[in-house]
Design a protein around this ligand. Structure first.
Ligand code: FAD
Length: 439
């Protein structure tokens, strides 16, 4: 049986740095593994009592269901109880440690969230990463202390006790699925007096029983949750701003309708869609995604965090002025997350140990400008900066930096999933996928 190597061996030429990794979700644990493999000294800061990030189901939800109150108690997790992965287990795997080789009681091709968490725990245990993690420790400040040699102060809090330490490098893996981004650009929505909630705070369908619900969004959450709440709700009306959407009643469902964008909410509370139909709904359910949120980062304006763009970042990972000492893992959205964060982590770890070099600062800045320009030219808003359905070559590009190849079959599988989603066959993906790939 093939067993992957657990740790790296320090070669005489290698540079070993003291590196802080912030967060112990998928991104943080794979970053820790790759940094350790390159013999860096790694400390992983994790605010929760366990690893897994998103994949730790938390039945609690926030007091402000739209997540607007900055003083609310933040619940990190956004999983709902019944969630199954929206990618097959082959695509929820690392290159030498695969969920497709393992089952923990749920053998389905698209397993439940519990299976992914067990897999991540086994991964961290196998590679002896758990001992690198400081649990219950929230990072409150990462600040550039010396811009000449580049060092960072990391301030953290464990059980009320503050600690400040200096690190040579910081890898930010804090996740970007916790800070709701409700659709508040619809005329009349801010003053609508009935219930509104964001999918971040959804756990079970019961609160939607007998309700007429308008679901805003067209991504995986909107599609999954509309189907789930339709089992108890009276009517579900999905609203999408995508021009490709067909206004219709959904096949196979007696109570789900697809509409165009909401045009406005009238003073009497009636919601009018651009297709001309109007609904008197009980609940508006925002399945509209998340904002990037890095509240602890202080770089004197070198890195700015806007709603859904962190920048400037070379290839979604390095701010040119602070590269390679500051980096981000896990920003790409709607992507092959597990493979992407593994590639990014290898690239960052090897760049820190000077086995791979980056282009000059000016070249990196030019590349970023070009990328941002392309997004604009293609008519996409800034919010699409780290959105990956429109940029499929990223894994290939990083793999080339690493001198490796990623199996073509992964890209093919992912493309097929996206194709199913875009052609409106999302609900049938599992069957179509099994048929196409003979699984
Ligand atoms: P996270 O999992 O969010 O982990 C971040 C970690 O950082 C957390 O443990 C958090 O506690 C910690 N942290 C944050 N701030 C601090 C701080 N200041 N100090 C210390 N620790 C901190 N992806 C797929 O590939 N397949 C799917 O089927 C899929 N389904 C999804 C369904 C939902 C509902 C959501 C929300 C996401 C889904 N994703 C899916 C995407 C998913 O987010 C990624 O798979 C992956 O879990 C992201 O990992 P991450 O480590 O980048 O972030």
């Amino acid at each position: 049986m093939f067993l992957p190597e657990k740790r790296g061996k320090l070669s005489a030429m290698a540079t070993s740095l003291k590196v802080a990794v912030i967060g112990a979700g998928v991104s943080g644990i794979i970053a820790a593994r790759e940094l350790q493999r390159e013999s860096h000294q790694v400390v992983v800061f994790e605010k929760s009592h366990r690893l897994g990030g998103t994949w730790v189901y938390d039945p609690r939800f926030e007091s402000d269901l739209l997540g607007l109150d900055p003083n609310r108690e933040i619940i990190h997790g956004s999983l709902y109880k019944s969630l199954r992965t929206n990618l097959p287990r082959q695509l929820m795997s690392f290159t030498d440690f695969k969920l497709s080789d393992k089952t923990y009681g749920d053998e389905r091709l698209f397993p439940g969230h519990e299976e992914v968490l067990k897999f991540l725990e086994e991964f961290a245990g196998y590679f002896e990463l758990t001992e690198l993690i400081r649990f219950n420790t929230v990072v409150t400040r990462v600040e550039l202390v010396d811009s000449e040699i580049i060092e960072f102060e990391v301030e953290s809090k464990t059980n009320g006790v503050n600690t400040v330490e200096v690190f040579d490098a910081v890898v930010i893996c804090n996740g970007h699925n916790s800070e709701p981004r409700p659709a508040f650009d619809i005329p009349g929505i801010e003053t609508w007096s009935k219930k509104q909630m964001h999918s971040h705070n959804y756990r079970v369908p019961e609160p939607f029983r007998d309700q007429i619900v308008v679901v805003i969004g067209n991504g995986p959450s909107a599609l999954d949750l509309s189907r789930e709440i339709a089992t108890v709700a009276k009517e579900v009306h999905m609203s999408s701003r995508s021009p490709h959407v067909k206004v219709s009643k959904l096949e196979k469902f007696s109570n789900i309708w697809q509409h165009a964008k909401i045009d406005c909410i009238n003073q009497d509370g009636i919601i009018t869609f651009e297709d001309g139909l109007s609904i008197d709904a009980h609940i508006i359910f925002h399945c509209t995604g998340y904002k990037c949120h890095v509240p602890f980062l202080k770089t004197n304006g070198i890195v700015s965090v806007q709603e859904k763009r962190i920048g400037p970042l070379y290839k979604h990972a390095f701010p040119p002025q602070l590269a390679p000492r500051l980096s981000f893992v896990g920003l790409p959205e709607r992507s092959l997350t597990f493979l992407i964060v593994e590639c990014q982590s290898k690239w960052i770890a090897k760049t820190l140990s000077m086995k791979i070099s980056l282009p000059s600062k000016d070249q990196m800045l030019r590349d970023i400008e070009e990328h941002h320009g392309d997004i604009e030219d293609d008519g996409f808003p800034k919010a699409y900066t780290h959105f990956f359905e429109i940029e499929n070559d990223y894994i290939d590009w990083i793999s080339a930096q690493l001198g490796t190849n990623v199996e073509k079959k992964f890209a093919e599988m992912f493309k097929y999933i996206i194709y199913c989603a875009m052609s409106g066959n999302y609900y049938d993906t599992m069957d179509l996928f099994k048929k196409k790939f003979g699984i």
